[in-house]
Design a protein around this ligand. Sequence first.
Ligand code: NAG
Ligand code: NAG
Ligand code: NAG
Ligand code: NAG
Ligand code: NAG
Ligand code: NAG
Ligand code: NAG
Ligand code: NAG
Ligand code: NAG
Ligand code: NAG
Length: 609
Amino acid sequence: MCFSSCANLFFVLFILFCYVLDVAIAVDTITSSQPVKDPETLRSKDGNFTLGFFSPQNSKNRYVGIWWKSQSTVVWVANRNQPLNDSSGIITISEDGNLVVLNGQKQVVWSSNVSNTSSNTTSQFSDYGKLVLTETTTGNILWDSFQQPSDTLLPGMKLSSNSTSMRVKLASWKSPSNPSVGSFSSGVVERINILEVFVWNETQPYWRSGPWNGGIFTGIPSMSPYRNGFKGGDDGEANTEIYYTVPSALTFTIYMLNSQGQYEEKWWYDEKKEMQLVWTSQESDCDVYGMCGPFTSCNAQSSPICSCLKGFEPRNKEEWNRQNWTGGCVRRTQLQCERVKDHNTSRDTKEDGFLKLQMVKVPDFPEGSPVEPDICRSQCLENCSCVAYTHDDGIGCMSWTGNLLDIQQFSEGGLDLYIRVAHTELDKGTNTKIIITITVIIGTVMIVTCAYVMWRTSNHPGRIWNLIKSARKGNNRAFVRFNNDETPNHPSHKVIEELSQVTLPELLLFNFERVATATNSFDLSNKLGQGGFGPVYKGKLQDGQEIAVKRLSRASGQGLEEFMNEVVVISKLQHRNLVRLFGCCAEGDEKMLIYEYMPNKSLDVFIFG
Ligand SMILES: *[C@@H]1O[C@H](CO)[C@@H](O)[C@H](O)[C@H]1NC(C)=O
Ligand SMILES: *[C@@H]1O[C@H](CO)[C@@H](O)[C@H](O)[C@H]1NC(C)=O
Ligand SMILES: *[C@@H]1O[C@H](CO)[C@@H](O)[C@H](O)[C@H]1NC(C)=O
Ligand SMILES: *[C@@H]1O[C@H](CO)[C@@H](O)[C@H](O)[C@H]1NC(C)=O
Ligand SMILES: *[C@@H]1O[C@H](CO)[C@@H](O)[C@H](O)[C@H]1NC(C)=O
Ligand SMILES: *[C@@H]1O[C@H](CO)[C@@H](O)[C@H](O)[C@H]1NC(C)=O
Ligand SMILES: *[C@@H]1O[C@H](CO)[C@@H](O)[C@H](O)[C@H]1NC(C)=O
Ligand SMILES: *[C@@H]1O[C@H](CO)[C@@H](O)[C@H](O)[C@H]1NC(C)=O
Ligand SMILES: *[C@@H]1O[C@H](CO)[C@@H](O)[C@H](O)[C@H]1NC(C)=O
Ligand SMILES: *[C@@H]1O[C@H](CO)[C@@H](O)[C@H](O)[C@H]1NC(C)=O
């Protein structure tokens, strides 16, 4: 009895609830005769995206926006700067065929603003949250929301530039409760033959991605080609566009420019029913454009973070000591090419040279040209106004004139940079060079001996040796970059040299089957998270040992040396974070790192570690 009346009561409440919220009313097409009235919505076919009216947190204003799954992930806003003050808004097709938002007084507060529409148009979702305005008779797309992004980069969008103007730009919200255009914007900048993504604070550069090399942004060390979804323009000739495609990752991923001017990379986790932050463009003060002034390098790991480039000294020592970095640094010894120009003497005829900086975000204002590394170097040496150069396989030759601004020192990734200094400055580096050389030679001899002894005595003969041998067979891609200003090392020397810094006996080679079994074939439910190197899974070996598996690559075409380099980098990091690396797995395209799983350790240790 009670049960049935309770059920009835619930039914009535449910109907009331639906009526109040208009939950059920969602259309899939907007036409002039089928408008969307607040609080109705337009749904994408897969139900993942919704167009409708929303109010941001702590705000009563109504905006028309597109959201993913729930209103907590708004990815696009139409009437950003013209909020509605009540819920009488309508989204419809106007008489001239444009998609419009009208207020209660039937005034247009937003329009797709296409000038030559036919009057017979409809609007609906196409792929990945792209809202399109279509000519009914021809099916032509007259307008789409990806042409006017808000603050979020969705899969399928492109950021484009040409020498004169930016076409597609993101603009941050003013604050989390106000979608109107804030002070930060982002777009692609085209330097000479080189593309970069910038964030501006009003008109001032605030962050830069480093040169785009066709696969990654070279100033974002955690960005690996097999993780990110960024691609170059369609036709190789028109290298003015960067597409954000559907990432190879397993889940929906967006890049959002937040109201503080930071890009946030967010992943959708079905289990948690929300977006998770996995990366931000502002990891330290060094990510602020030009933090340390000209001819400096910013290193977030050191204190103070700013230092002069080798061969340079603070422009104003007193300011510098007060940690006022704005003045930057100046050259300590005049270049030989400048002396010749100024005084026409042949007193010091020794030619200028280059000091090498490794793993850096290269400075702003590069000039690109498609020449070989040795020509790149000699071209720079011949021209006194060239102060630095580098070569990257994806970009070609880059050179710099004038001030070197916004160099950042990384502990992995980045590019090498060769900075022009007078010959005498070069000599000052020689002593350390000799020490390094001797250390490397001794280290190499020791490691070769160790490896040989291990090879003779280990129960797994040739474990490491095979790795080194196969590394030797692999392509040299990874090493071209390291060695282009020195006598070329044999790749195996490099690997041995790097391995000298690893605790060798710890490294075990797992086979793929074993790792797959341990992680239940990389089941999503075992996924712990996702970081710069790839997804991380939890697993259990047959002996009960719990492991964390970092799956580095899938069909990435990454060379074995590159992988070994990563193993080395990560093995080094393990000391800092005290996570034990059990070993690795390298079969075909699969490259994985296997750690001891420690439930009470922060996930970050595996992900960013
Ligand atoms: C919609 O989202 C679900 C995950 O919540 C995903 O599995 C599905 O592929 C998505 N649909 C599209 C077309 O992206
Ligand atoms: C809402 O805005 C309209 C004009 O856009 C104005 O006429 C009206 O008075 C406003 N209502 C309130 C309650 O502020
Ligand atoms: C529509 O376009 C005209 C000129 O093309 C421009 O003046 C106007 O500001 C635009 N309106 C909106 C809402 O974008
Ligand atoms: C718009 O086009 C459709 C399909 O061609 C047609 O059925 C409809 O009558 C047209 N409507 C108007 C107002 O012209
Ligand atoms: C506007 O009209 C011109 C010429 O008829 C055409 O080339 C252009 O594609 C049209 N624009 C749109 C958005 O349809
Ligand atoms: C740059 O883009 C603008 C607007 O799209 C266009 O008018 C201009 O011709 C383009 N310039 C170059 C050099 O391509
Ligand atoms: C952005 O620029 C304004 C001045 O234009 C400044 O007051 C503000 O601090 C800057 N914001 C950041 C985050 O640097
Ligand atoms: C830093 O030094 C510059 C001159 O190089 C000066 O203009 C500026 O006021 C100084 N800033 C502070 C905070 O002292
Ligand atoms: C000085 O420069 C002139 C022309 O620029 C050149 O002919 C002459 O040989 C130079 N003298 C010395 C000592 O280098
Ligand atoms: C040296 O480089 C600058 C800047 O790239 C260029 O303008 C100049 O023409 C070059 N000079 C020579 C002699 O090549």
